[in-house]
Design a binder for this molecule. Sequence first.
Ligand SMILES: O=C(O)CCC(=O)C(=O)O
Length: 260
Amino acid sequence: MSIMNTIKLHAAEYLWKLPKATFTDPQAADLSKQLVENGCCVIENFMSPEQVDTLVANAERAYQQFPDRVSLESNGADQRIYAVDHLDKSFLLTEELAVADRINAAFDRGSNKTWFQMIGKITYKEGNLGSGSGWHRDSPFTHQFKAILYLTDVTEENGPFEYIKGTHRKDSLKETAKFLGIETSQYRFSPDQIERLEASGIVPKRTTVTGKKGTLLMADVRGLHWGKPLRSGQRMAITRYFFPNGVPAHFSKLYPQAVL
Ligand SMILES: O=C(O)CCC(=O)C(=O)O
């Protein structure tokens, strides 16, 4: 591991180990514990089907209204509108996602809570890479928090989020890099690399988050994850991106609308 990567990893670990906020509310306390321990947690039936249907209708309207804001990803299968809440206030979801905000405040020690919403509609086509275009870590160094709300029922077929528990931890990150013979700064992984990691027991088997529309999942996306490539159908979801220190430059360069 290069000296620079060692320093970055240790700095992230120092921040991560600072005391976190605690919750008196048992649900938030449990979610926060799962997030720290496993890197991922799920709330089923988080939003009612009626509320989800309204969001889907609003999303379809946004795709019609703002075609120039649609980013095509995953070989053209994924239509994303980053910072859709900057275009249409019905996507702010301030009250609806308050629990994610509170958990993020503990996760990031209450630091600057910049966030925005991304609406993603990914449809099966041959060669789709899934949502997020393959296995990755959002950040190889800093811990990073994201909340994903499914707006369609999600099965094994239509691109569930998959996460490898524990891989958000420093020791796992180092072991993974050592096993694969790569730098800790590498943040994209091939399916074959992930399969080798799982087969060797260096990491546990992936967790597949299937669920009804209205399911909310929250993850430390420093851990290994992807949206599984679709075998059929379509998946729509809203993702809240949280940025502890403002929207990073590489992101705002690609998506200037993400900065208000
Ligand atoms: O939507 C998902 O299931 C994961 C997306 C993802 O990992 C990303 O966009 O970075």
